[in-house]
Write a protein that binds this ligand. Sequence first.
Ligand code: PMP
Length: 368
Amino acid sequence: MSEQLERLNRLPLRGNLRGLEPYGAPQLDVPILLNVNENTHGLPETVHQAIVSAVSAAAAGLNRYPDREFTELRTALSRYLEHGLTAENIWAANGSNEVLQQILQAFGGPGRTLLSFPPTYSMYPLLASGTDTEYVAVPRGADFTISPEAVAAAVAEAAANVVVLCSPNNPTGTALGLDVVEAAYEAGEASNAIVIVDEAYAEFAHAGTPSALTLLPGRERLIVSRTMSKAFALAGARVGYLAAAPQIADALRLVRLPYHLSAITQATALAALEHAGALLANVEDIKTQRDRIVDGLAELGLKPAPSDSNFVFFGGLDDPHAVWQGLLETGVLIRDVGIPGHLRVTAGTEAETTAFLDGIKALMSSRV
Ligand code: PMP
């Protein structure tokens, strides 16, 4: 046992936190960072300036607590999402991680289960243990897909209290069909399950890929979770949100900390939403770079999964760690998600993407 773990275990830590590791994508000082699915394109200058002005105005009132209901932000988010949604349907928090945590605080907890389908977002089990919710993992098939039948059977068998479906899925990149969401929702009727569709990467999907937002009418246990960290290039501002029936937001009001969204956060998010057009133009370029990566890796004989996100998951590697290390030595950091034979890379700017593709081509031709 490491000295650090021994020290930690001397404390009266809750049993279900003993031996756990914190979420830990390496934060290394490397010129090209393609490891945590950030928006690599930065903020356009107009958006940067708009945020600076909005934050400056908000700073003048920082002696007061912010609007606890962040009504202006909820209205702006509902307009952005369309689908007939209004402010009552929206809730937000400090990143979609906090949104998910609040959902588990309200609907999970001791004696309750969170069901998901790995390989999927690595925070789900940590959010479960942090809220004392039992995590039930039903693995995907060999090709990392899940069928509506398999999902329905898993939901029924687990009598799940909360189900989380990630679409497009992290780390595999592929979106789910709405039939999978419908199947989870219907199978969850018996246990009155909350069904979350985590659409953190929705804006990067190929045209025609439907969002679970279309399924919300009439489904009061369905939650669609989104974030401003990816398409809106605001990972550092920490703004995530959800769309659902108004009573879901009412449930989360019971567990949120008062004034959890700072005035600076609200001002930043509002300014960015006013410039959604400029930010979504960058999303189009990121999609182009993503498709270059898929094509480039396939040309090298590797096996990229179809991607509806801003990253590409690829297999066909004999020694993924050696490829990860070789790229790091050329100044490109990508992600080893611990799945045999596979790695994951975030789409970069055009120059960053070229550096990645050149780097991996050189490594594959020297047969790492
Ligand atoms: N969901 C998924 C699938 C993610 O990949 C991430 C970020 N990596 C998040 C949620 C959380 O993002 P944030 O808290 O920045 O909104």
